[in-house]
Write a protein that binds this ligand. Sequence first.
Ligand SMILES: C[S@@+](CC[C@H](N)C(=O)[O-])C[C@H]1O[C@@H](n2cnc3c(N)ncnc32)[C@H](O)[C@@H]1O
Length: 252
Amino acid sequence: MQFDRIVTHLENVPHMPPDRGKLIYEFVRAKKPQGILELGFAHGTSSCYMAAALEENGAGRITTIDSEVAKQRTPDILSLLEKTGLGAFVDPVFAERSYTWELMKLLEKHTVDGHTTPQFDFIFIDGGHTWDSDGFSFLLADRLLRPGGWVLFDDVIWTPSVCAGEPWVDAMPAEERDVAHVEKVFNLLVVPHPDYDSFEFDGTWAWARKKPDASSSTGDRSDIVSAIYSRTNAARRSFLFRRYLKKLLKIG
Ligand SMILES: C[S@@+](CC[C@H](N)C(=O)[O-])C[C@H]1O[C@@H](n2cnc3c(N)ncnc32)[C@H](O)[C@@H]1O
């Protein structure tokens, strides 16, 4: 779908404004990612801009994750995808708690014998905007990003103090409230990462590329993985047996 058409569907839908929508649309048109991972879709606006570009490319798919509460938004992502007819390009995942747990499931699905096969060419992180959430998400998502792929962070200079009054912000230590957490993630985890280059920051968004020659292989670690599993299984069995014995003795 051409940009001029998708933008009319998304008029007045938070959060991504049309000028940013155009940037991400053009990025997807230019790089032609086959697999996109988005963390934080809210109403699905950014997902729709990317999906429209994928439709125009003729291929590609977005896995996008938010929490269950996103179902209560008006419009919600499912109705927006139906309205735009772009549902075939997007797999929305509604996490019961957090996308970090859903990322564990994705990693588990694509890891065999200690080797993870990356699935994505573009990862858009626009979720919690906190050190814990975005920092950990980057480290997890990196494992799923193909060499040559890109990662994009939104709201790099946003600070939690903008939402002062909200219980989760007021519960934070004061020194964390006035800090731009995404900026810390980018400057401390992404830029120093030996696998990344081509850093860009436009005042709102920060981009980085995973080097095309970054190693996506850990080699064959199947022996280590099965050795660890067999030891943890043995430890679990012994723990359960001891607990069972204790219970029996108490009854006796
Ligand atoms: C700024 S909005 C996303 C906007 C969207 N990308 C766009 O541009 O249209 C951030 C979203 O991240 C979600 N979010 C934040 N932390 C999350 C977490 N740990 N797990 C799942 N979703 C999370 C929120 O529910 C919210 O809908």
